[in-house]
Design a protein around this ligand. Structure first.
Ligand code: MCA
Ligand code: AMP
Length: 505
């Protein structure tokens, strides 16, 4: 590794920790971790990365349970100049093999229970991939190695334009694309959010989001790491633990499902959250009705914001000004927004964004990058929106075929391609149906080759079970004789959506 010069993202994390009182986080089972322990652990992991041959710019793919050591692994990658590549823990080995082939990481870190399957994948990959393990209780080969190694003493120099992370986001073609995020992208957005949402070392953030996505890792994680705030670091969203910890928190960030689950519980009262200064919602539309019910119950207005994996956060309702239910607020400082292809009658157009927050392109997909990211920096979000005279943006729909379930994005194409590949299936169509808990839930329609010998719904679901993460699997599959099509032969998904509009109500 090179000597200490500059590494803007790591330097901002270090500076943030110096602002705080020395405490970084408390886990849901009561373990307290201070800044010194955390940064020392990250330096040890950086030394392990060095030891196994990871070099600056190498990808480090990580599919592990949430733990503070997993967060330290992220910081270690930043410190070491490696490109952090987090993966949803729900992905199956067959999904994982795609990411390994595409990203060619130098290192893959998985839970100890997945070591064998990961080793098989690594051995059959074209790249030379080392496998290490890290469990939720700091078990596994990476944890063991970090315990005995001397902490790294130098920090890898990085330019702001260097890639710090690659986050995969599914695509409308069914192939996942790796969004390359530079240090500048991440740092500028974190600084903007800290300012906009007035984060300080006094804050305690209740962190119940996964740390393999933008929301939990960069929005919540960076806001705390860089402002000196501390966290109540939960393994996931467990209602009882969240309710138990809320009285000692000042900020919570969540997807709308967090808020509807809280509102469904009688223990969630204005007294419980009297001292909270901020509730943030994002990743999926928050129903205006939920916003209002929340205000009636707690006297507080949820702050809704809007972002994407490719862009970090773009818009936010104001901290001090009017938070309007059903809108995602004006663009954040330093972010420009505009509409293209606007319908003169409705004012609805496709939202485009530009700013330091916008990613550097899709990993090894120059054509895809060129389609969505113009040379002058404008990025086509694929979201349909209106912008009012005050600059407030309202997301009114999606130009892209996408289902968002509990804050996870699911691209129907990926599921359709898989269903179509099964024996006896002629064609399929996948849509989102309104769901009281997850907002939307995945439902499929399948046309079989021969109605007499068609596989059952259960058989089809069983066949895809180990090839698709559980959250992407259709909750229902309907066997139909044909799909509704328009005169151009295109499947009319709106007709299918109408058929399942009340399925889960
Ligand atoms: C779990 N399951 C799901 C989901 N989560 N199914 C569909 N959609 C989901 N989101 C499955 C489980 O495997 C289980 O399957 C069953 O549903 C019920 O599980 P349950 O215990 O109710 O779920 P949970 O463990 O409580 O999880 C729900 C959750 C979680 C807390 C809402 O999904 C979550 O933390 N979501 C946050 C996602 C997120 O961070 N998104 C940010 C992306 P079975 O029936 O087999 O047991 S970043 C982003 O979108 C942009 C950048 C942005 O703007 O933030
Ligand atoms: P992802 O690709 O996982 O980063 O998800 C980004 C997508 O989530 C956006 O393009 C939107 O469609 C959606 N999204 C995020 N935040 C919001 C929000 N507050 N309201 C509506 N949609 C949102």
């Amino acid at each position: 590794m090179s000597s200490i010069v500059g590494n803007p993202l790591y330097d901002a994390i270090l500076a943030g920790r110096r602002m705080g009182n020395g405490d970084l986080l408390t886990t849901a089972d009561g373990q307290a971790v201070n800044d010194r322990q955390f940064l020392d652990h990250a330096a040890r992991i950086a030394a392990v990365l060095d030891d196994v041959g990871v070099e600056a710019g190498d990808r480090v793919a990580v599919q592990v349970s949430k733990s503070w050591q997993a967060l330290a692994l992220y910081v270690a990658c930043v410190r070491h100049g490696a490109v952090f590549l987090p993966l949803n823990t729900a992905y199956t080995p067959s999904e994982l093999s795609y990411f390994l082939a595409d990203a060619e990481p130098a290192l893959l870190v998985v839970d100890p229970a997945s070591a064998q399957a990961a080793q098989v994948l690594a051995t059959s990959a074209t790249a030379d991939i080392t496998v290490l393990t890290l469990g939720g209780n700091d078990d596994g080969s990476l944890a063991d190695a970090a315990r005995v190694i001397s902490p790294a003493t130098s920090v890898q120099t990085r330019d702001e334009q260097d890639i710090a992370a690659i986050l995969y986001t599914s695509g409308t073609t069914g192939r996942s694309k790796g969004a390359m995020l530079s240090q500048r992208n991440l740092l500028s957005n974190a600084q903007t959010l800290i300012e906009a949402w007035q984060f300080s070392a006094e804050d305690v953030l209740l962190h119940a989001l996964p740390i393999f996505h933008t929301h939990g890792l960069f929005v919540a994680g960076h806001c705390c790491l860089m402002s000196g705030a501390s966290m109540q670091f939960h393994g996931g969203f467990k209602l009882d633990s969240v309710i138990a910890d809320l009285p000692d928190a000042t900020v919570m960030m969540g997807v709308p499902t967090f808020y509807t689950r809280l509102l469904d519980d009688a223990r969630f009262t204005s007294r419980l959250v009297a001292h909270m200064r901020l509730f943030v919602s994002g990743s999926a539309p928050l129903l205006a009705e939920t916003h209002r019910e929340f205000e009636q119950r707690t006297g507080q207005r949820i702050l809704e914001r809007y972002g994407m994996t490719e862009t970090n956060m773009n818009c936010s309702n104001p901290y001090a000004g009017e938070r309007r239910a059903g809108t995602v607020g004006p663009p954040l400082e330093g972010v420009e927004v505009r509409l293209s292809g606007t319908d003169p009658e409705t004012g609805v157009g496709t939202l485009e964004v530009r700013g330091d927050n916008v990613f550097k392109g899709y990993w090894r997909m120059p054509e895809k990058t060129a389609e969505e990211l113009a040379e002058d920096g404008w990025f086509l979000t694929g979201d349909l929106a209106t912008i009012d005279e005050m600059g407030y943006v309202t997301i009114v729909g999606r130009g892209k075929d996408l289902v968002i379930s509990g804050g996870y994005n699911i691209y129907p194409k990926e599921i359709e391609v898989l269903l179509d590949s099964l024996d006896g299936i002629k064609e399929s169509a996948v849509v989102g149906a309104p769901h009281p808990d997850f907002g939307e839930s995945v439902v499929g329609f399948v046309v079989t080759n021969s109605p007499d010998q068609s596989p059952s719904e259960e058989e089809l679901l069983a066949e895809i079970a180990d090839r698709l993460a559980r959250f992407k699997q259709p909750r229902r599959l309907f066997l139909v004789s044909e799909l509704p099509r328009n005169t151009m032969g295109k499947v009319q998904k709106n007709v299918l959506r109408e058929q399942v509009a009340d399925l889960f109500s």
